[in-house]
Design a protein. Structure first.
Length: 371
């Protein structure tokens, strides 16, 4: 049997012995055992390689200055801004019909990563789309910065997991954006792109809340279980509102491109029907948040949580008003952009309320609400 580099007990070495010191099985027993043994050994080997690579990464990160908690929070807040901001600039690309200003990906035009003189695509559309692509580099830099900051500070595993989700999600978002361009702005790819952005805003907001908490404090359940479920249900309702909103966009007038020689695939559903669905889901979402607010007031929640609830309620009402106005004014460009920004703000505010349900605080455990 060939040598398998493995430190796990029971894995064979090149002397015919297992790491436990017992001889290898022979004949039929060996044939039956080999596949499982090899799989487990290779799995252990891969884990070992990953651990060594991560240890090398840690040794490099340790050469960086130790970031203060304030610095970590600032970077985390910038992560929220960049993840939500790229969705807003994407809306600018769409309403200005610049979605195919750079018709290929990752290049802008075949053979060029930057805008070029092209008779079929106006330079303004190229600049708008290319500018949006350049912002991706800012998002990537900030995503890398938060990973380096929390890793250097040796934060707890929960914080590290959220931090690593940011660059991973950013890469996935870039790929989705490329697919969106390569499919000619197919409406459901645009929808996935926006929903993914809102998911990244949610993750970034929860990460910010977790970074602000001390690593060595006690975990406290500050929302009773029924209210935690209600907060979770509010998040699910928000997801439904966002998805319905992307359907309205898919059937609406702003396809992202107005070239006469190509047709952008659209959602062929009566837009009034989709608007009614979207608005009804928004009413349900608002009702859940109002119910959550009354419930938390009834159990005497903290002033900080009350503030988050007030901000969320104001944002939902403002978002609803923007939606109503844009519907009755033929969807002007500026209101579309504001509506996307409002979606990001509502997502962040809902995530902040959800994150407040379980916190780490340097306070007596007796002050926590029972789980």
């Amino acid at each position: 049997m060939p040598t398998v580099f493995c430190t796990r007990a029971g894995c064979p070495d090149d002397r015919g012995q297992t790491r436990s010191g017992l001889p290898q099985r022979q004949g039929a027993d060996a044939e039956r055992a080999a596949p499982t043994t090899l799989r487990s050994c290779w799995g252990t080997t891969i884990v070992g390689v990953v651990n060594r690579v991560y240890a090398g990464f840690l040794s490099l990160v340790d050469r960086l200055p130790l970031p203060s908690l304030k610095t970590q929070k600032i970077i985390a807040f910038i992560v929220i801004l960049t993840q939500g901001g790229i969705a807003v600039t994407g809306a600018v690309v769409r309403v200005t019909a610049s979605g195919l200003g750079c018709p290929t990906w990752p290049q802008c035009f075949p053979g060029s990563f930057v805008p070029v003189g092209h008779g079929e695509v106006a330079i303004i559309h190229q600049v708008v789309e290319f500018g949006n692509r350049l912002l991706t580099f800012v998002v990537v830099i900030v995503a890398a910065a938060i990973v380096l900051a929390v890793t250097r500070a040796r934060r707890r595993r929960e914080v590290l997991v959220y931090a690593w989700m940011i660059p991973l999600g950013t890469v996935i978002q870039a790929i989705i954006g490329g697919i969106t361009v390569l499919t000619g702005l197919l409406w459901w790819t645009v929808a996935i792109h926006l929903v993914a952005s809102m998911l990244m805003v949610w993750i970034a907001t929860v990460m910010y809340a977790k970074i602000a908490e001390p690593d060595d404090a006690t975990t406290l359940i500050v929302m009773p279980k029924p209210l935690r479920w209600l907060a979770a249900l509010s998040g699910v309702a928000l997801a439904g509102v966002l998805v319905a909103g992307t359907l309205v966009t898919g059937a609406g007038p702003h396809a992202g491109d107005k070239s006469l020689d190509r047709t952008v695939p659209r959602l062929e559903v009566e837009i009034v029907t989709l608007v009614h669905l979207h608005s009804q889901l928004l009413v349900g979402y608002l009702a859940l948040v109002v119910g959550l607010t009354f419930g938390l007031y009834a159990v005497g929640t903290s002033a900080a949580v009350k503030k988050r609830l007030h901000v969320l309620l104001v944002l939902i009402v403002a978002q609803a008003l923007i939606g109503v106005v844009q519907y009755f004014t033929d969807v002007p460009q500026i209101l579309v952009i504001l509506h996307v920004a409002g979606a990001g703000l509502c997502t962040a505010a809902t995530a902040a309320v959800w994150a407040a349900g379980k916190v780490r605080q340097d306070v007596p455990a007796a002050s926590a609400v029972a789980a």
